[in-house]
Unconditional design. Structure first.
Length: 176
């Protein structure tokens, strides 16, 4: 989900994310008057921190200015939450990023994917394809995530949290 949002953001903002370095595909541009680096780590998800750490050090990005877009089992499909700082919530990619940055005070845009029926099914669940119904919702989810990112950049994290941390009422088949 995070890559889909990033690719949409790059396309809408005319940012080429074709450069390959730092274990990432990345590109530089400007969004809402703010210089940005958009990056898709090319490591395994559980090692995302390797790529993020290299990018943050090379581009001299303050941890507080980093925004990570990721899936989240603790949110129902379609829901988006913005969070500043905190733990990894069991997300191994976030754990890797925190370890490689030496801190957790970055902003997260959490994209809900729901939970599997049984806890031991988590690994397979996060890798399985979305249902046809869920795929139909992608444009709406991605558009809201794009809007949330633009709001973070233009108005700040707190304003974006106030605007976007609302519950979505329709439930999906991934919610069990």
């Amino acid at each position: 989900m995070g890559f889909l949002v990033l690719e949409t953001l790059a396309k809408r903002e005319n940012i080429n994310i074709g450069s390959r370095k730092f274990d990432s595909c990345f590109g530089k541009g400007v969004i809402s008057g703010i210089p940005v680096v958009l990056a898709k780590p090319q490591t395994f998800m559980n090692l995302s921190g390797v790529a993020v750490g290299k990018l943050v050090r090379f581009f001299k990005i303050d941890v507080e200015d980093l925004i990570v877009v990721h899936d989240d089992l603790d949110l129902p499909y379609r829901e988006i939450r913005i969070k500043a700082g905190g733990g990894d919530g069991g997300h191994k990619g976030l754990s890797s990023i925190i370890d490689h940055l030496g801190g957790s005070e970055f902003v997260r845009v959490r994209l809900g994917i729901g939970k599997p029926a049984q806890k031991e099914m988590v690994e397979g669940y996060v890798l399985e394809r979305f249902s046809e119904e869920e795929v139909k919702e992608f444009p709406n989810v991605i558009a809201r995530a794009y809007d949330a990112l633009a709001e973070i950049l233009s108005s700040g994290t707190q304003a974006a949290m106030n605007k976007f941390n609302l519950r979505v009422t329709n439930k999906s088949s991934k919610e069990v």
